[in-house]
Structures are given as C-alpha cells and as structure tokens.
Design a protein around this ligand. Structure first.
Ligand code: SAM
Length: 256
C-alpha cells in the first residue's frame, strides 16, 4: 500500500485489497504492483472492471469501461420500457465501438435473451470483447462488418464512440493518454467525427421505432443532437449529474 500511495493512487487501500485478491502468488503480486506504480490503469492490471454489476474482462491496451457509461445502459433499457425480451432474437442489440464489450454484455444481462452483435476496429478490443459479449463480435469500421441481414432489424444501437476533441487529448489523465489507444479516445476536431458517422448510418440499420443511444459530453450535446436530427431520427438529451454522464437518444420512425 505504501508504494501505491507514494505513486499517487488515491484509493491505495482499496487497490491493495483488489491486487491481493487478483494475484495468485507473491511474485505475481509484486509484478502487478510494479505495473500499477508504472501507471497502468488498475483494471488492466487486475484484468477486469466492474460494470453494471458484471465483471468485465479488460486486457492491456483496451479502453477501460467507465462507470458513467452505465447510464447509457440504463437509458437503453428504459427506452424499451424496461421490458425483458420474451424470446431470444426478439430484440437485436448492436454495440458499436464496443471496446471490451461492456455495453453489449450489460444489455444482454439486463434484457435477458437479446441477440447481441458488437463491433470494434481494434483487434485487441475485439479479442477482449469476445470474452465478455454473449453474441457475435466483429472487427471493422463501424457498420461495415455487420451481417447485411441485420439491416432494418436493430432495436437498440448503442455506441460509446471516441469523443475527446483532438486538441484536448493532452489534458487527459496520464493513465488514459499512455495506456488507452488513441483510436479509443480521439473524436476529431470537435470530438464528434465518429458520432456523426454513426448517426448518419443508423437509419439503415434500425428497426422501425428502434433506438440509437450515444454517450457524449454535456458541452457537445446540442451539436450531437443536431447530428441525430440530420439523419432523420427524433432526438433527446438525457443527463445524469451523479455520474457526469450525457446520452443522446434517438428513435427511428415507426411504420405508419
Ligand atoms: C471510448 S471507447 C469505448 C469502448 C466501450 N464502448 C466502452 O464503453 O467501454 C471507443 C472504442 O471505439 C473503437 N473505435 C474507434 N473508431 C472506430 C471505428 N471507426 N469503428 C469501430 N470501432 C471504433 C475504439 O477502438 C474503442 O474501443
């Protein structure tokens, strides 16, 4: 604990407890402490993160699921009226930009029986998500690797895309800057490049009445909502001050 505290770990006592329970031998514990002191995120050192009550495997170099993103999962369940899925395949969930696959795994658990598909461009994330998502995981650029048969069938399209403006990457905590890949963080000049592409492509994949949910920052919310409207979706902004989380929720038109 002394080494963690000296290295500036704010929750040194709790971290020590987690490291001790994750290590199988004293040598492994010493190596884990070394990695943590060197600045690796705790979750990449112990190999998992807690998310929506689940233990999500997190490999080195993969974006660590944040607690604020639990708000997106809750909003997705609410958007469906909180209903569980009656039969497998009744609801298709797509987790785009899935990272470790925390959102897809949590939605599968919350909805019980949804058909889940997840996509990431980073092979390390795809391997990691394969351990967490009870469904299919594909590598590629946004919608490109999804099976064409999903067009017009997706009930929940959830995406925690990279949304940090390029010029602000340097202000992120060193844990993120040094140990999470740039492709997981960098959202372009105003942080909304990937969000705009996801919103533009969504109508082709959403089922009538299906929902698109994307996490963003409070500051970006108005521009993000405008991108949803531009793609023909209804849109609203949902905010949790407790979690400092902002989610844009769009809905495809129902058949008239
Ligand atoms: C902010 S992280 C979020 C990861 C995960 N959704 C979560 O909440 O923990 C963004 C993820 O998007 C992926 N990504 C970035 N650009 C992408 C693209 N064009 N197509 C697919 N995935 C992409 C990154 O590799 C990274 O895993």
């Amino acid at each position: 604990m002394t080494r963690l505290r000296a290295a500036g770990c704010v929750f040194a006592e709790e971290e020590t407890r987690l490291l001790i329970s994750a290590a199988r031998t004293p040598e492994e514990l010493a190596a884990m402490v070394d990695r943590r002191v060197a600045g690796l995120p705790l979750e990449q050192v112990i190999g998992w993160a807690e998310f929506c009550g689940l233990r999500i495997a997190v490999d080195p170099g993969v974006f660590v699921p944040r607690r604020r993103t639990e708000f997106l999962v809750r909003q997705a369940v609410l958007a469906r009226g909180g209903e569980e899925v009656a039969r497998p395949g009744d609801v298709v969930v797509v987790d785009l930009c899935c990272g470790a696959g925390a959102i897809g795994a949590a939605l599968a658990a919350a909805l019980g029986g949804a058909e889940v598909h997840a996509v990431d461009i980073d092979p390390a994330a795809v391997r990691c998500a394969g351990r967490n998502v009870p469904g299919s995981v594909y590598q590629g650029d946004l919608y490109e690797p999804l099976p064409a048969a999903l067009r017009g069938r997706v009930g929940i399209l959830a995406a925690n895309v990279p949304y940090v403006p390029t010029g602000e990457i340097g202000f992120l905590p060193p844990e993120a800057r040094a140990h999470e890949p740039g492709v997981a963080l960098d959202g372009g000049a105003d942080g909304l490049d990937v969000l705009r592409r996801v919103a533009a492509g969504a109508p082709e994949w959403l089922a009538p009445g299906g929902h698109l949910l994307i996490e963003t920052s409070e500051r970006q919310a108005a521009s993000a909502a405008a991108a949803f409207a531009d793609s023909g979706l209804t849109s609203r902004v949902s905010r949790s001050d407790d979690l400092d989380a902002t989610v844009i929720i769009g809905q495809a038109r129902r058949r008239s």
